[in-house]
Design a protein around this ligand. Sequence first.
Ligand code: HMG
Ligand code: MG
Length: 297
Amino acid sequence: MSYPEAVKIVEVSPRDGLQNEKQVIDVNDKLTLINGLRAAGVKNIEVAGFVSPKWVPQLADAKQVCAGLVDDGVTQYSALTPNMKGLEAAIDSGINQVAVFTAASESFNQKNINCSIAESFERFAPVMDKAHSLGIQVRGYVSCVLGCPYEGEINPEAVADVANKLYDMGCFEVSLGDTIGTGTPLKAKTMFELCAQYVPVEKLALHFHDTYGQALANIHACLQSGASVIDSSVAGIGGCPYAKGATGNVSTENVVYMLNGMGITSGIDLSKLIQTGRQISGVLGRKPNSQVNHAMS
Ligand code: HMG
Ligand code: MG
């Protein structure tokens, strides 16, 4: 059994974290969050979603958020783009890395992006072409990899099939989303290893929500199978408005604490990260959903 020496953290709090909040967060607060993450050494930050403002009003300010981003030459910003309209808006906003998202569950896909899995790939084809013609990298997400709020158990073969298609289509990285956090370590490992038969292991990312407190255990299990990219969210904020009951992403503080303890480099300063987690939690009017953040007060 071996662990990676270093891990890439993809911070999703400004997008996944804030899309599920009841209140709409002010653009300046979003930018303070993003700049706090940068100051903590986070190099990959998903800052916005160019999705329908009717579907996700919390992200309707994507253009303004992108206009306020600091280009420090180090941080890679990215944004969700479900279709050509989203991609065009992302391009106009100067974003040079985008993400398409689909699912291993037909029912969830209908609820989330109003189309079947096959139709989602038809939508993505021109997005990939245009993005690549401009040198824009495209990430791919698969949702419901360890369970669906509408269909229950999901066959790992279905996950691997969608992951394989996203990679074949030209996604530079495929993120495996346990959208509702129902996964447990052995199932996560089995699913991850199956996906790694189709997509190079270093191109797979773990995107685990923590609804049942299993996310760190799931990540640990997959690290043993070669995972080296982890999506997480400071203060454990997050969730999908179209996945009832889904709570936050695994907290970045908890992930970094675990990695530090295992001698795995993430390049992130935990104490600065903790401050950022407290800052955004203050804006949201609650305490960070992160044991490490509480313990290190
Ligand atoms: P639709 O209604 O099927 O789209 O929505 P449409 O093409 O028929 O257009 C309908 C209206 O939306 C039109 O406006 C379009 O212009 C507009 P109207 O004429 O009614 O005024 N529209 C757009 N507006 C802004 N940006 C766009 C856009 N596209 C169309 N890109 C659509 C399809 C995909 C747009 C919609 O279903 C949608 O926006 N869904 C968003 C879902 C979402 O953001 N979910 C959360 C993110 S995914 C997630 O959290 C999971 C993840 O974290 C991984 C995990 O945890 O599993 C990634
Ligand atoms: Mg998510």
